[in-house]
Design a protein around this ligand. Structure first.
Ligand SMILES: [Zn+2]
Length: 280
């Protein structure tokens, strides 16, 4: 009992030390930096377990027919390609896990630890493989750049989860994730983080030979019909499409891939592998 109490007080003591040394906020980015990749994995694993137990709100895609198996494998294979293309030094050491949620929600999100979730609702809005690669690349970039972990540190309630990780208190971690579940699934990051995720997502899309403008064409289509939840939970500057275009224009390689969109959008392959999804 004594040992567990000592563990529980450790993060508070640590924070007190940090507060006397710097002018960081409550837990702050400095605190977030103390979270190891192993801690991020623990957080993601517990979140993922609870998500799989919440079938009414988060119905995980069931691949039980040949078309549905093909679709599931297809999404996994695109994510895998992106992850293989990212240099080892630029990504965390943990494995990523991509989960499809079978619900008409135009959204995708991730939590620390490499857990990425994408709804069938947003994939139904897509027209080609570049758009799918762009969205997966964007979410993977939030993880590689630790955006969600940093966003947690800036939120008073969520920073308690990081403290539970530092204190190695598994019971408290489970309980805190359960009580903050919806917030974790809709973590808001800063505009700068969004721009950075667009930048890396576009870069990753080009690195795997798809049209790097995929995410921009998807954005443009949504603009006409009102913003989907993916955009509204991702506060973004109005010139997001223009930023992606400028990034592509600034790189000879990306520009050539975009100019060859008839080949680099892989539309036929996308249609073939998404047969299981009713199109909107
Ligand atoms: Zn984002």
């Amino acid at each position: 009992m004594k040992a567990s109490h000592a563990k529980r007080y450790l993060p508070l003591a640590l924070c007190a030390v940090l507060l006397t040394r710097c002018s960081c906020d409550f837990f702050g980015t400095t605190g977030a930096l103390l979270i190891s990749e192993n801690d991020e994995s623990k957080l993601g694993l517990e979140f993922d377990k609870q998500l799989h137990d919440s079938t009414a709100t988060y119905p995980v895609y069931v691949a039980n027919t040949p078309d549905r198996i093909a679709f599931d494998n297809y999404v996994q294979s695109i994510a895998h390609e992106i992850l293989v293309a990212i240099p080892k030094a630029d990504k965390p050491g943990y494995e990523f896990k991509i989960t499809i949620i079978d619900k008409d929600v135009e959204n995708a999100f991730a939590v620390p630890g490499g857990y990425v979730y994408i709804y069938t609702g947003i994939i139904k809005k897509m027209r080609n493989e570049s758009e799918l690669t762009g969205v997966l690349g964007h979410e993977i970039a939030h993880v590689t750049q630790h955006h969600y972990r940093d966003a947690m540190a800036k939120d008073a309630a969520l920073s308690l989860i990081l403290q539970a990780l530092l204190g190695n208190d598994a019971g408290q971690l489970t309980q805190l994730i359960a009580s903050n579940f919806a917030t974790l699934a809709q973590l808001k990051v800063s505009r700068d983080n969004e721009s950075e995720a667009d930048f890396y997502g576009t870069k990753y899309t080009g690195a795997v030979g798809r049209n790097p403008l995929g995410i921009a064409t998807l954005f443009s289509r949504f603009d006409a019909g009102g913003p989907p939840s993916w955009l509204s939970t991702h506060p973004a500057p109005v010139n997001r499409v223009a930023d992606v275009q400028a990034e592509v224009d600034g790189s000879a390689t990306l520009k050539a891939l975009a100019a060859d969109s008839a080949r680099t959008d892989f539309t036929a392959n996308f249609d073939l592998n998404t047969k299981a999804l009713p199109k909107n």
